[in-house]
Ligand binder design. Structure first.
Ligand code: UDP
Ligand code: MG
Length: 154
């Protein structure tokens, strides 16, 4: 199954939204294969947001992402990267569609609740950045035949 990385940002932690969002992912049929709390630092954020380091808002983004511990999550599922991005919604919470996580919980471009990997290349690099190999568990829930058809499992 495809894997993707999600980060519950300080905006989710501080606002007590972790349970609600985790429930959404589980209800969708995505499988938790890794989960832990950690405090991010500038070094890991400079890697993770390397495409943004030159932006004028980058210092504010750093401060925002270090404002509390975060929870990192590795989710598995068929087309998990795209499915989770669709559930996440547009970057700016004010433009994210209702029904998406950002659409329902965010009113900000910065304080937008979660991070989600945006491509297979990013997902692979991000999972390796935040998890040691032994922290990812490849398991198959017993309910898998009720989440996907046998055709979809090939
Ligand atoms: N961000 C911001 N201002 C912007 C654009 C992005 O503060 O104008 C922050 C925001 O928290 C976003 C993160 O930088 O989630 C990463 O930006 P990216 O464009 O990769 O958006 P995402 O993939 O998170 O939707
Ligand atoms: Mg991004």
């Amino acid at each position: 199954m495809e894997k993707t990385l999600v980060i519950f940002k300080p905006s989710a932690i501080e606002r007590g939204l972790v349970g609600n969002i985790l429930t959404r992912f589980q209800q969708k049929g995505l499988v938790i294969t890794g989960m832990k709390m950690m405090q991010l630092n500038e070094a890991i954020l400079r890697e993770h947001y390397s495409h943004l380091v030159e932006k004028s808002f980058f210092p504010l983004l750093l401060k925002s992402m270090m404002a509390s511990p975060v929870i990192v999550l590795c989710l598995a599922g068929k087309d998990a990267i795209n499915v989770v991005r669709l559930m996440t919604g547009a970057t700016n919470g004010r433009e994210a569609l209702p029904g998406t996580i950002r659409g329902d919980f965010a009113s900000s471009n910065q304080e937008n609740i979660i991070h989600a990997s945006s491509s297979p290349e990013d997902a692979e690099a991000e999972i390796a950045r935040f998890f040691a190999p032994g922290e990812i568990f490849d398991w198959t829930p017993a309910n898998t035949p009720f989440i996907y058809s046998s055709l979809e499992l090939n």
